[in-house]
Design a protein around this ligand. Structure first.
Ligand code: NAG
Ligand code: NAG
Ligand code: NAG
Ligand code: NAG
Length: 294
């Protein structure tokens, strides 16, 4: 079976008519340089100043599909926050994590379009600009790393699954398993924390503030995006957040997961899941806890 056929039947399996109604499609939300699509989960009752969570699908996925994979609806209903489930329609529906335009603050790439979706919700629903979060799986985790790096002024925290450090794909000719050159995915982009931090600072050179908090997961048996990429992310955020490794907690949050704690554990945490492949199951409750939305 060709990968595209596999993605197609997987998406068909995951879709259900009930969930179609759960998401609202938003148009004319602002400058959209790369033709992204925007759908949102609106809670039953909006908070006066709602938080915003951007939930990013992997390659071959869509906002609708990721709503099935990572359903934050009941949490949103409880706390009144809004979840954006955006869709990329380009390059096998992967997010652009390679080209200079997406790796530059307001550079005209996917990261700018996604940031503009957040601004629209701040305007339209009085969303709280201090409570904006990103999450995602695979390509969506790669984009989570990029949003936090390129828009540290917009995002307060990220929590994601099976991705790579922001900038790891810089220079690759594409973003999908077939159009990228695999160097990064294979775990062969190995940099020091200082080198990663310098690359991230260059994405938004005028920014002098703090960087967002990060929680990131990876499986040891992932052969599509090798687990070395977890360690590269941890070096990157350790340098950006100025926290160093303090301890490991084994079998946390469950059997086979090792939690790697940096500093006091409030800014940076990594999870390596023994024997788990690509993609690590989404842990919605842990995402919400990390964002302070629980
Ligand atoms: C392959 O991608 C890496 C980034 O992941 C980049 O540094 C390198 O220049 C690329 N090589 C080619 C030949 O495209
Ligand atoms: C779509 O993806 C291709 C391949 O990565 C890229 O060359 C092109 O610029 C992308 N188009 C948009 C609108 O992002
Ligand atoms: C990455 O580079 C460091 C320092 O050069 C080295 O100690 C480490 O073994 C390398 N890791 C990988 C996976 O290549
Ligand atoms: C902490 O856990 C990681 C992931 O299992 C492992 O690579 C690292 O060696 C551990 N560190 C120590 C000091 O045990």
């Amino acid at each position: 079976m060709r990968p595209s056929t596999l993605f197609g039947s997987l998406a068909a399996l995951l879709l259900s008519p009930v969930s179609d109604a759960a998401l609202t499609t938003v148009t004319n939300w602002g400058s959209n340089p790369t033709n992204l699509e925007m759908q949102i989960y609106l809670p039953k009752k909006l908070a006066a100043k709602p938080a915003v969570v951007v939930a990013l699908h992997g390659c071959g996925g869509s906002g609708q599909q990721y709503y099935q994979q990572a359903n934050y609806g009941s949490y949103a209903d409880d706390k009144g926050f809004i979840v954006i489930y955006p869709s990329s329609k380009n390059d096998s529906n992967c997010w652009d994590v390679s080209f200079p335009r997406t790796l530059t603050h307001d550079g005209g790439g996917d990261s700018e379009g996604l940031s503009n979706m957040v601004s629209y919700l701040v305007q339209k629903y009085n969303a709280d600009p201090a409570k904006v979060y990103a999450t995602g799986s695979s390509s969506g985790c790669m984009m989570t790393n990029i949003l936090l790096a390129v828009y540290p002024d917009v995002f307060s925290a990220g929590s994601c699954y099976s991705g790579v450090a922001a900038g790891c794909f810089a220079g690759s000719p594409g973003n999908s398993p077939t159009t990228s050159n695999r160097t990064c995915a294979n775990g062969d982009v190995n940099k020091s924390g200082a080198e990663w931090a310098a690359q991230v600072h260059a994405m938004y050179p005028s920014y002098k503030g703090a960087y967002p908090r990060m929680q990131t997961f990876h499986g040891t048996a992932d052969t599509l995006v090798y687990p070395q990429n977890l360690f590269e992310q941890l070096k990157e955020w350790s340098a950006l957040l100025d926290v160093s490794w303090t301890r490991n907690n084994t079998n946390t949050p469950s059997s086979g997961y090792t939690q790697m704690v940096y500093g006091d554990g409030t800014k940076l945490v990594g999870y390596l899941a023994q024997g788990v492949g690509h993609t690590v199951p989404v842990h919605p409750q842990m995402d919400m806890k990390w964002f302070g939305l629980l």
